[in-house]
Design a protein around this ligand. Structure first.
Ligand SMILES: [Zn+2]
Length: 313
């Protein structure tokens, strides 16, 4: 707890200095002759999903306002663009950004949508179709939450590294144990967006993308299961939107997955590899910057700077 607060304060302070010196403006100036594409990867507004940053009770409220500040900041300094516009247009010096939300939690609809509309942002929502409309949490979110609460051992975090014939990556035993311990927790129920809400997202001009049917990391599945996971998700979402984007669960992709995406006419694939993108980027291996809705603007500038450096090498 003490260490995480200390780490948080360091991040804040370094970010404060970088923002003071307008490093985000400097990055744009250094790249006058080419266009950079920063893609931000969000998940949800729940503190239970911000498991990667342990900062105690600091900044655990007011996410909506904070998200507004973040999108306002992107809008002020960059141009919002969908991938087909960024990658396929010929203009240079149009440093662009895109907002992406993975997993399809309902707070995306409740809290993100109004803000994204207000700033006329470009945003893609990546949906896990087996869970649409349910009152549940994704299995890996339950596991991370329970590990953080010390209710189950850390071993549960290990992704089963196996080729799986069926639809479930986790053994029945693991699923039952996690679900039973999870049911004992006194936390508010979470919901995932339903068909109508997804419809409305598109109606308001935003886009939907594949996050597979069950959110199993594709590289651990055999080709048949990979195909099933992607195709079922496309089939569901195609009733709502024309689907050309995919965000790989856990960001994990291999050649076989890329091949399937090409066969199914998905044009743009999003990983969790950090960095920025240029026009020559492999379209099915787009890099993203992980952002929490609770990140301050100082932390955002720090992440931009770190991802810029990372992208250079
Ligand atoms: Zn995900």
């Amino acid at each position: 707890m003490l260490i995480s607060t200390f780490k948080y304060l360091i991040k804040e302070s370094v970010g404060f200095v970088l923002r003071k010196f307008q490093v985000h403006v400097l990055i744009k100036k250094l790249n006058n002759n080419k266009s950079l594409y920063f893609v931000f990867n969000y998940h949800s507004f729940s503190k239970y999903n911000n498991y990667k940053i342990k900062r105690g009770s600091i900044l655990e409220t007011g996410y909506g306002d904070n998200f507004d500040k973040q999108i306002k900041f992107f809008n002020k300094h960059f141009k919002f663009s969908y991938p087909e516009v960024f990658f396929e247009s010929v203009s240079t010096n149009q440093h662009s950004v895109l907002v992406t939300f993975d997993d399809g939690y309902k707070d995306n609809y409740d809290m993100a949508l109004p803000v994204l509309q207000k700033y006329n942002a470009s945003a893609i929502f990546f949906i896990v179709t087996a869970l649409t409309g349910s009152k549940d949490m994704l299995m890996h979110d339950k596991i991370r939450f329970l590990v953080e609460q010390r209710k189950i051992s850390k071993n549960y975090l290990d992704i089963p590294n196996k080729i799986n014939e069926g639809e479930n990556l986790y053994d029945e035993e693991v699923i039952n144990k996690v679900n039973s311990v999870f049911a004992e927790q006194k936390i508010p129920k979470r919901s995932l967006m339903n068909h109508d809400e997804l419809n409305e997202i598109c109606y308001k001009g935003f886009k939907l993308g594949v996050h597979t049917h069950n959110h199993n990391p594709l590289i651990f599945l055999n080709k048949e299961s990979q195909y099933y996971e992607i195709k079922s998700c496309i089939d569901y979402l195609s009733e709502i939107d024309s689907i050309k984007y995919i965000a790989y669960p856990n960001g994990l992709v291999n050649d076989m997955v890329v091949e399937i995406c090409q066969d199914l006419e998905l044009k743009y694939g999003f990983t969790t590899q950090r960095g920025f993108n240029i026009k020559q980027e492999e379209r099915l291996k787009i890099k993203r910057i992980g952002i929490n809705v609770s990140d301050s603007l100082n932390v955002i500038v720090l992440k931009l700077a770190l991802n810029y450096i990372k992208g250079l090498y």
